[in-house]
Ligand binder design. Structure first.
Ligand code: NZQ
Ligand code: ZN
Length: 385
């Protein structure tokens, strides 16, 4: 097991009625910036609940709405300027990963003199940030409990992730009921995203991280059990609660500490979103089985057998290669059953920009689970067409 420094400082208030904990924002001051997306929080009543708690606690708030899925650097700049102008004490995100990521970078950019994009290119430049508080409304990215933010500059077709300890939320409110109104499409995409976060660390070359591998399998099995339930019955509390907690645990560091490996499918998906603005989980569902098939070899066989037997309950007496291929098939079929797209064509992507995307990633995958060159990445994209 590798050395690691454990640091998961975000406090979580989980469960029904926890929105009242939003009053704790007052410990940072009495002026907040409320950041949200396209208005779903107005339709499902979450906005009203949050606003009532803030008012009762004497916290005045300014608003920045309209954060796009795949949040833009322009919105970050707008929010940072607002924070400075209004002398904001804390940034509150109410939404999914896009809103939270945008709020995180607003909090950092508000304390930075230069261009906000500098902080996307280099998280090390984040030296200070306003306190970040989240009210999560979609189980997917885990942004509510991690130190990452993914921001796009669509003019340049760039979608990049940045990381800093300083953008880990101070606290996050996770009420599973707040995800009842999430559409089938986003529920499916969110489930694929959680699973992909686990795959990115489960498929590691670190062999003695036994505990981490078993925890990964537990999160994967939770998604496999409850993803379809939440699709079928959007207000099934147990399903929503399990998915919500899985979302946070998948990427908060718990599963990767001691077995870390550079991610692979995520950067490939971010290129798809950067060029075509597609839903993150859709892109992951398309690329994951293709990537798995591509990296399956005698070298990786044992890991895929472990995956097939422990996650998909495939009979361990079968031939190892048969188990591995069955495991990949089961993964593809599962995504298909959730109604996720299967090919790039399904989300309107042809081969026009694939070479450009692969070129941008060339040289970055030298240390991934299976190292990949630019031309191998291009081949994976092509097989996903
Ligand atoms: O904009 P609103 O009105 O809020 O609607 C959103 C949006 O249309 C809607 N939604 C959210 N909660 C809802 C709801 N609709 C009804 N009821 C609710 N309770 O869902 C749509 C998608 O929202 P979005 O925030 O974009 O989804 P998600 O949480 O999947 O976030 C995706 C973004 O996060 C990045 C992705 O790349 C993408 O940009 N990621 C962030 C990560 C991180 N910070 O750690 C890691 C991930 O791997 C990922 O890359
Ligand atoms: Zn993701």
């Amino acid at each position: 097991m590798q050395n690691f420094n454990y640091s998961i400082p975000t406090k979580i208030y989980f469960g029904k009625g926890q929105i009242k904990k939003l009053a704790k924002v007052s410990r940072y001051g009495n002026k907040a910036l409320l950041v949200y997306g396209g208005g779903s929080i107005k339709g499902n009543g979450i906005y009203d609940k949050a606003a009532a708690v803030l008012r009762e606690s004497g916290i005045s708030f300014f608003e920045l709405s309209g954060v796009d899925p795949n949040p833009r650097i322009e919105t970050v700049a707008l929010g940072a300027a607002l924070c400075r102008e209004k002398e904001i004490d804390a940034v509150i995100a109410i939404g999914g990963g896009s809103t939270i990521d945008c709020a995180k970078m607003i909090a950092a950019a508000a304390k930075y003199e230069g261009e906000p994009w500098d902080l996307v290119l280099d998280g090390g430049k984040i030296k200070e940030a306003l306190p970040i508080v989240c009210v999560l409304t979609l189980a997917a990215t885990g942004s509510e409990m991690d130190g990452f933010a993914v921001i796009s500059d669509m003019d340049k077709n760039d979608k990049l992730d940045t990381a800093s300890e300083l953008i880990k939320p101070a606290f996050s409110i996770l009420d599973p009921k707040f995800t009842y109104s999430v559409s089938k499409k986003q529920t499916a995409a969110g489930t694929a995203d959680i699973m992909s976060h686990v795959f990115e660390v489960y498929f590691t070359r670190e062999k003695d991280a036994y505990l981490q591998a078993r925890m990964c399998e537990a999160v994967l099995k939770t998604c496999i059990k409850y993803g379809p339930v939440a699709m079928e019955q959007p207000d099934d509390y147990e399903a929503r609660a399990n998915l919500m907690w899985a979302s946070s645990l998948a990427i908060n560091g718990l599963l990767s500490y001691g077995s870390d490996v550079p991610w692979c499918v995520h950067p490939m998906e971010h290129e798809l979103s950067a060029f075509y603005d597609i839903t993150h989980g859709d892109g992951l569902a398309i690329l994951t089985p293709v990537w798995m098939e591509y990296v399956l070899s005698e070298d990786t066989l044992d890991k895929f057998v472990e995956f097939g037997v422990n996650v998909w309950d495939i009979d361990s007496e079968k031939e190892p290669m048969e188990i591995a291929k069955m495991a990949i098939d089961r993964t593809r079929t599962f995504f298909d059953q959730l109604g996720l797209p299967k090919t790039l064509a399904d989300v309107g992507i042809d081969d026009k920009n694939l070479a450009k995307m692969a070129e941008k990633l060339d040289g970055l995958f030298t240390d991934t689970y299976v190292p990949l060159t630019g031309s191998q990445i291009l081949e994976i994209y092509r097989r996903a067409l």
